[in-house]
Unconditional design. Structure first.
Lengths: 109, 113
């Protein structure tokens, strides 16, 4: 059965902390892994990862994919209150997207 | 637990026709979300419900789109009339509360020709 599992389910940290969000996947015909930030309104696309070991970076956010161990991590350094959101991970097989449950991140001032 | 159930899995329809997508959330989940996924626009939140009440429908693209949740176990997303640019994968997701994770359905792939 194809699935994507995210951990932890929720996280509460203080401003300035570094967090690591995990996403593991078991899907057939894997093509890419995507990370989104879901705030009150629409999800914001963060990263798409297709190759193992190549880190993608955007400001304080970075992500990497391990296709051998079938997981990805999303790192956020020096967290800010504006980082509070649900972070969704999805695996794309070309025909199908499989979403994880999301990790709810709360950053306390 | 059967998860979030969406139907149909695939639909191909002609422009101008009415399309109804269906979603059955997980029992006990009081929030339900409709998303649309396209190559051009990525993942978009269309509307979400809390306790069957629409909370935010600002993501609904235009008046041709409407969503209802007549009870806690069923929701529909209707497009009337459909247009080719509505072609996308439509996902439904539910969760038991704000502090909990989402469970996504398998999606409905809509093609409007």
């Amino acid at each position: 059965e194809d699935k994507v599992v995210q951990s932890p389910l929720s996280l509460v940290v203080h401003e300035g902390d570094t967090v690591t969000l995990n996403c593991s996947y078991e899907v057939t015909n894997f093509r890419s892994l995507l990370w989104y930030k879901q705030e009150k309104k629409a999800p914001t696309f963060l990263f798409m990862l297709t190759s193992s070991g190549i880190e993608k970076k955007s400001g304080r956010l970075s992500s990497i994919l391990d296709k051998k161990e079938l997981f990805s991590i999303l790192n956020i350094t020096a967290t800010q209150t504006g980082d509070s959101a649900v972070y969704l991970c999805a695996s794309n097989t070309g025909n199908q997207f499989y979403f994880g449950t999301g990790t709810s991140l709360t950053v306390i001032p | 637990d059967a998860g979030v159930i969406q139907s149909p899995r695939h639909e191909v329809t002609e422009m101008g026709q009415e399309v109804t997508l269906r979603c059955k959330p997980i029992s006990g989940h009081n929030s339900l979300f409709w998303y649309r996924q396209t190559m051009m626009r990525g993942l978009e939140l269309l509307i979400y419900f809390n306790n069957n009440v629409p909370i935010d429908d600002s993501g609904m693209p235009e008046d041709r789109f409407s969503a209802k949740m007549p009870n806690a176990s069923f929701s529909t997303l209707k497009i009337q009339p459909s247009e080719p640019r509505d072609s996308a994968v439509y996902f439904c997701a539910s969760r038991p509360g704000q502090l909990y994770g989402y469970t996504f359905g398998s999606g409905t792939r809509l093609t409007v020709v």
